[in-house]
Structures are given as C-alpha cells and as structure tokens.
Design a protein around this ligand. Structure first.
Ligand SMILES: C[S@@+](CC[C@H](N)C(=O)[O-])C[C@H]1O[C@@H](n2cnc3c(N)ncnc32)[C@H](O)[C@@H]1O
Length: 193
C-alpha cells in the first residue's frame, strides 16, 4: 500500500475512523512501565495516536514521557483530554526523521501500521533512538495479514528482523491482551545491543 502517509492517517482521525484506539491505557504496557521504569526515564511512544498510555504515565508522574505521531488531529485528541500535558512533548514529525534519545520506547499498533517494506528501517531507527542498554517493549501482532494495516507478522519474522541489533529478552504469546486481540498478540522486550 503506497498511500500510508501523514495525509492518510490524518484523514482517518478527521473522519473519526480510528477503531484501533481502545479508548483507555493498555494495562499490559502501563504495568510494565510502573514495575520496571524510574519516573525520570525518557520514554517514547511512537505512532501514539490519541495517547492513552502517554496520558496515564504523565498523570502517574513520568515527567519525560513523549508521544510521537504525524497526524495532528491525534495530538489534538490528547491535548483536549489532558490540559496540563506539555505540547512540546507530543512530537508531530515523521518517526523516521526523529533524532532524539530515549531509555524506553513502547510499541503498540505502530509497527503494524507501517508498510512492511519499512520494517528493516524501523529496526534500525529504533536502535538509533535508544540510549545505551535502552529497551523496546510492547506488543506485536501474531497473525497472517498482508492486505493493509494492520499488517501481520510472526515470531520467526520478528527474530529475524531484530536479533542482530537487540537482545531478545522476551518474545512470547501475550496472555493479557484486550479481548478483541487475545491470541493474536506477542509481548516482547528487546534490549539494545
Ligand atoms: C494504527 S494507529 C495506532 C495509534 C495508537 N498506537 C493506538 O494504539 O491507538 C497508527 C498510528 O501511527 C501513526 N504513524 C504511522 N506512520 C507514522 C510515521 N512514519 N511517523 C509518525 N506517525 C506515524 C499514524 O498517524 C497513526 O496514528
């Protein structure tokens, strides 16, 4: 699919057509952060959309949590809910053009939204964006689907993509997925090599 650009995604928000948004912070992600990550860690959620996890973590005192999404309507949704969220911590640029460093990056329905041809670039750029020993954590789909977002994938493919640049600490079926995704998600924790 060649039209997965900023205009495409912006239009989905403008048309109120964003069914991927679960409407609340995914506990699998926020539990991990609360159990493993210090409050002053630099955290990025790329392709954050309306940013429920960003909202949750900000309200819990994670003062360096950043959202990134190039759809400006997605940013507006977060800011409309969280009036004290600093505008400059919602980055509205192309992920692949970001040049900043983080201790933790959280993945949820961003990888699957990209054209699969970009997957090697995703791996390289995640590696570049992380500080030494930084961690990429989150959820990846475990399903066959190649007809447009969300694009699927499987554990073998993810191992092949990430193993040269990351230590694959965890990559397993997620047992606590939200109901519509149960059985179709892997939870992972990859540490920058
Ligand atoms: C399927 S949505 C998921 C949003 C959010 N993670 C959620 O779960 O609600 C994918 C998001 O990635 C954003 N996106 C896709 N490609 C991007 C890129 N290259 N740079 C920045 N944002 C991008 C889209 O604008 C969209 O908001």
């Amino acid at each position: 699919m060649s039209n997965l650009n900023a205009a495409y995604w912006q239009n989905r928000y403008a048309q109120n057509d964003f069914s991927w948004d679960i409407g609340y912070a995914n506990k699998v992600l926020t539990d991990y952060v609360e159990q493993n990550v210090v409050k002053n860690a630099h955290i990025l959620i790329p392709g954050a959309g309306s940013g429920h996890e960003v909202e949750y973590l900000w309200n819990k005192g994670y003062t360096h949590v950043y959202a990134l999404d190039y759809a400006t309507d997605a940013k507006a949704l977060l800011l409309s809910r969280v009036s004290n969220f600093p505008e400059d911590k919602y980055l509205t640029c192309d992920f692949f053009e970001l040049d900043q460093r983080f201790d933790l990056i959280i993945e949820q329905t961003f990888f699957c939204a990209l054209n699969p041809a970009l997957r090697p670039q995703y791996v390289d750029h995640m590696h570049r964006l992380l500080n030494k020993e930084g961690v990429l954590f989150g959820l990846l789909f475990d399903m066959d689907k190649n007809d447009g977002p969300p694009y699927g994938g499987n554990a073998d493919e993810y191992v092949g993509l990430f193993q040269n640049k990351f230590e694959l600490n965890v990559l397993q079926k997620c047992l606590e997925s939200i109901a519509p995704r149960l059985g179709r998600e892997l939870i992972f924790e990859f540490k920058k090599k």
